[in-house]
Design a protein around this ligand. Structure first.
Ligand SMILES: CC(C)(COP(=O)(O)OP(=O)(O)OC[C@H]1O[C@@H](n2cnc3c(N)ncnc32)[C@H](O)[C@@H]1OP(=O)(O)O)[C@@H](O)C(=O)NCCC(=O)NCCS
Length: 180
């Protein structure tokens, strides 16, 4: 199953370098209707595309994804990433999903976002991180607000989900407003 490479250590979880040998697991997560509901995955993601596009043969500076590894159970459970990175303005979007849904509600999403913010602000010296959250994704909104993200914008009818138009909220957090 390839080697497990810890990049950032946490409490319940570590953030690992993503692993092409886990492509089948990633494939299962992103195509799961419960997981992908608010991830804008409307078209099936094939295993071949995951292996090719998620693992290009160059260093992808625009997108940095980590695998979320459950320390006690010793299994991969999700992904957290910085996407659409802009090194001139030092900002990026954050993306997260816990693919193994039985691990929801245990504080893991919160820990993964906090570890990623530590990396973005303290290692990469970014200025600002933003996130687009569907207005109906109440669980996710609550988590980002609890962490310190502040709502900046509300855009109407941005995503068509389960037969209805839904709104998108944009939230952000600045390095200067974050402790630690
Ligand atoms: C959004 C998502 C990443 C959240 O992950 P999560 O691990 O379930 O989130 P958390 O456990 O940190 O927070 C959820 C709840 O657990 C609570 N919690 C926090 N620490 C806890 C702990 N140690 N023990 C038990 N519960 C805890 C939180 O307070 C929160 O409570 P709430 O239900 O009152 O809001 C996950 O639901 C997911 O993958 N969803 C699908 C993809 C998605 O929507 N991604 C976000 C796109 S913006």
């Amino acid at each position: 199953m390839g080697e497990k490479v810890v990049f950032i250590q946490g409490e319940q979880i570590d953030l690992l370098v993503k692993n092409i040998d886990h492509s089948k697991i990633y494939h299962k997560w992103v195509n799961n209707p419960i997981v992908r509901k608010y991830l804008s995955v409307e078209v099936p993601e094939s295993l071949e595309v995951i292996k090719k596009e998620w693992f290009p043969d160059y260093r992808d500076y625009k997108n940095i994804w980590f695998e979320i590894w459950h320390k006690e159970d010793q299994i991969p459970i999700g992904m957290v990433g910085l996407i659409r990175i802009n090194y001139i303005y030092r900002n990026a979007e954050i993306g997260i999903y816990i693919g193994e849904t039985e691990y929801w509600g245990k504080g893991i999403g919160t820990e993964a976002i906090n570890l990623m913010l530590g990396y973005a602000f303290n290692t990469l010296n970014f200025h600002k991180i933003v996130v687009g959250v569907n207005a109906n994704n109440t669980q996710s909104l609550k988590i980002f607000k609890k962490i310190g993200f502040v709502e900046e914008g509300h855009l109407k009818d941005m995503e068509f989900i389960n037969g209805e138009w839904t709104d998108l909220k944009w939230l952000s957090i600045f390095k200067k407003n974050r402790k630690g």
